[in-house]
Write a protein that binds this ligand. Structure first.
Ligand SMILES: [Zn+2]
Length: 145
């Protein structure tokens, strides 16, 4: 498996071990991870720290030319908020662990020229299916339902 998707999965598992939603993300630039994070909505009582947003936050402020050469890896299809951040900063490529348990705004990303790769990784699917079946109300809150 791709080492960067593997790192995003490690983040998702870290989130799960903290009692959170198992979604992780890493942002890479020139073959190195510059930011990594996981969903901290439950842990921090945060309404914005999805895995992707946490990875952006932890990457710190970056110049536009860096964002435009980054790849974002996420274990789950990015929601509207995270897709918005990806578009805002001009991230050109997104690798998605799975979109079976939740289909985010992939169509919007593609329509704006972002390369979207869905790898349908079994570990990513299992993490979410297991979490959703045990915590349906927490998950619905995460996606605004
Ligand atoms: Zn999101």
């Amino acid at each position: 498996m791709d080492e960067f998707l593997e790192a995003a999965i490690e983040e998702a598992k870290k989130g799960l071990s903290e009692g959170g939603i198992p979604i992780g993300s890493v942002i890479t630039y020139k073959g190195k991870i510059i930011g990594r994070g996981h969903n901290k909505r439950i842990q921090n009582g945060s309404v914005v720290l999805h895995g992707e947003m946490d990875a952006f936050e932890n990457a710190g402020r970056q110049p536009a030319n860096v964002y435009k050469a980054c790849t974002l890896y996420t274990t789950l299809s990015p929601c509207s908020m995270c897709s918005g951040a990806i578009l805002l900063y001009g991230i050109p490529k997104v690798v998605i662990g799975e979109n079976k348990t939740f289909l985010g705004d992939e169509a919007l990303l593609k329509s704006r020229g972002v390369t979207v790769e869905v790898v349908s990784n079994k570990v990513c699917i299992d993490l979410m299916e297991s979490f959703i079946s045990k915590n349906p109300e927490l998950w619905n809150e995460d996606i605004g339902e």
